[in-house]
Ligand binder design. Structure first.
Ligand code: GLU
Length: 313
């Protein structure tokens, strides 16, 4: 059985981890295919835990905003499911891909139906649905709006420099979009859909804010956060299952083996991990491994989960 969260012990563990990570030499490499991300200082590490009740516990650079990138795919999925329910799965699969997040090869073999919602083509289909249902005249991106509400932080921005950088270098994502358009799996304008996708990736949040915003996934569809995100317990279980099997690119199996919690990473260096019934963890450090996952964020979550005996197994 999992032990309930003890705030003092958890805070002490977070402080120790943050101190250890500050002295780490092997920090990975920043993502440089989005030029704006290449300028982020490698020398940062933050971590936060949002318990189901009470304020988040934070250490290191846990209040420094970073680009949430692929982590936004979780929020996009919540919104798309709200709009179209299980019919979403006619357009997007639920299997790990084993290929890199922006691979085009598998998509061709599988006639434009992406393997899962957490690889880029899957997230682009999700963005197509989100955009199609965006109310006329609303000028806030639905994912930004959801993040702000869940984190109770109306100041959360889209980083316009990162957004411009993604639009400027986004040909591969547009190619995925056009390929799926040709296969009948995108309904909107590919430029508008991919821009909506880039915009949600460019949201900047701190570990503290992101931990608060993902806490509903640990609460099993109960409580105030679940009302804001309109998620049922069944949907929460499924999103967690997808995070566990597909949340960390083609290293998802390895991450499940090492950490034993549903996780979602992004190339900005953030990783979210869900401890059902206890809370959410967010760690961030911009240096990535060769699969695109933050080296120190994964290591920190692994140490925390092992130290406090948190696992779904
Ligand atoms: N905006 C990034 C891209 O589409 C997201 C990548 C990621 O975090 O996996 O390339």
């Amino acid at each position: 059985m999992r032990k309930p969260l003890d705030p003092e012990r958890t805070q002490a563990t977070l402080n120790e981890i943050a101190q250890r990570m500050a002295g780490e030499v092997n920090r990975g490499e920043v993502a440089d295919y989005i030029p704006e991300l290449a300028d982020v200082s490698l020398n940062q590490f933050g971590i936060a835990v949002a318990p189901l009740e009470g304020p988040p516990l934070v250490a290191g650079n846990g209040d420094v905003p970073f680009s949430i990138q692929s982590i936004s795919k979780v929020f996009g999925l919540v919104i798309a499911l709200e709009h179209v329910g299980a019919t979403l799965w006619r357009r997007v699969g639920r299997e790990p891909s084993g290929d890199p997040f922006n691979s085009i090869v598998q998509l061709e073999f599988e006639r434009g139906k992406p393997r899962n919602p957490f690889i880029n083509p899957g997230a682009i289909v999700v963005s197509d649905i989100v955009l199609e249902h965006q109310p006329d005249g609303s000028d806030t991106h639905p994912v930004l709006d959801l993040c702000r509400r869940l984190a109770d932080a109306p100041e959360i921005p889209v980083d316009e420099d990162v957004f411009a950088s993604e639009v400027a270098t986004g040909d591969r994502n547009r190619a995925l979009g056009y390929f799926m358009l040709a296969e009948g799996n995108i309904k909107g304008d590919v430029r508008a859909v991919t821009e909506s996708y880039f915009r949600q990736c460019s949201i900047a949040m701190s570990c503290r804010q992101l931990a608060k915003a993902t806490r509903f996934l640990a609460a099993g569809g109960e409580g105030q956060d679940a009302k804001i995100a309109a998620v049922t317990s069944e949907r929460v279980r499924r999103i967690n299952a997808l995070m566990m099997t597909c949340g960390c690119y083609d290293a998802s199996g390895e991450v499940a083996f090492r950490i034993g919690l549903p996780c979602k990473s992004g190339v900005g260096g953030g990783v979210v991990a869900i401890v059902p019934g206890i809370g959410s963890i967010v760690a961030w450090s911009p240096g990535l491994d060769e699969k695109g996952n933050s080296v120190l964020a994964l290591r920190a979550i692994e140490e925390l989960a092992h130290g406090l005996d948190w696992s779904v197994f």
